[in-house]
Design a protein around this ligand. Structure first.
Ligand SMILES: [Zn+2]
Length: 259
């Protein structure tokens, strides 16, 4: 057991891609989405996922990296987990690294207007599993990478960490301490008008929206700074909004593809 844990710790330490939102955050996004799917979309997703909830697939693109199924250079290693934007919040379409915004947009174009029916079941299933994760990833402020953004070392409640890690997991798990279902209870009560407002636009627009938060949260820190309650209670509403937006937008995305 110790050996397995050590291997996992080492893999996480050397992994170039951080885990946006961690397990709970991704499950929360997917559960909010699932609660706002229309019945037809929900039935189609359940069919493709062999009866599993999108909550259970929402961490698959991160977790597959630790299984025998994962082979570097193969398809799974090319999943985009981040979105790339300029410093003035414009999406970059020509990226060296795989971009979540580009891949999510491409899958939308590929399947829209009923075209999903023309593809092999396993391919659609694989893309759905990726989407249940990637739409969450691109809503984490530190996964929208603007050209000059870095990942400063900081101290959070006395623990040395990196700013990216704080946004991926430490902030929400330390302060919210909610189950994934409780996120829906707390954040899933928007009016139809509010939902229309936050889900309008393209996938690239959604990323641009998050890039504005990215700028704000980078303005709050400098390398080596110590962050505590004053920072945490300022930052938490942004994290919760991003999870809420991701959930409603994921629902909209699937509802539109499978309408
Ligand atoms: Zn990810």
């Amino acid at each position: 057991m110790k050996k397995i844990l050590l291997v996992l710790v080492l893999l996480v330490a050397v992994s170039p891609v951080a885990f946006a939102w961690g397990r709970i955050g991704h499950q929360a996004v997917a559960y909010i989405a699932e609660c706002h799917l229309n019945p037809n979309t929900k039935a189609i997703l359940l069919d493709f996922l062999d009866g599993e909830s999108i909550v259970s697939t929402s961490n698959w693109p991160d977790e597959i990296r630790f299984t025998d199924e994962y082979i570097p250079g193969r398809e799974h290693s090319k999943f985009g987990h981040s979105a790339f934007y300029t410093d003035d919040n414009k999406v970059i379409w020509d990226t060296k690294e795989p971009s979540a915004v580009i891949q999510i947009t491409q899958i939308q174009d590929k399947y829209k207007d009923g075209k999903w029916r023309n593809y092999p079941r396993e391919e659609v299933k694989r893309d759905i599993m990726y989407l249940t994760h990637a739409i969450g990833d691109m809503h984490c402020p530190l996964h929208v990478k603007r050209t000059s953004d870095t990942n400063p070392r900081i101290t959070f409640y006395g623990n040395k960490t990196k700013y990216h890690t704080l946004w991926d997991n430490d902030l929400i798990t330390r302060l919210n301490n909610w189950s994934f279902m409780e996120y829906e209870y707390m954040l899933g009560r928007l009016t139809d008008q509010q939902v229309d407002q936050i889900t309008k636009g393209t996938v690239a627009d959604w990323g641009e929206d998050i890039a504005r938060y990215t700028k704000i949260v980078f303005d709050w820190v400098e390398p080596g700074c110590e962050l505590n309650k004053v920072f945490a209670y300022k930052a938490l509403p942004i994290a919760n909004h991003c999870i809420q937006y991701a959930g409603y937008r994921m629902a909209r995305y699937f509802n539109e593809i499978f309408k």
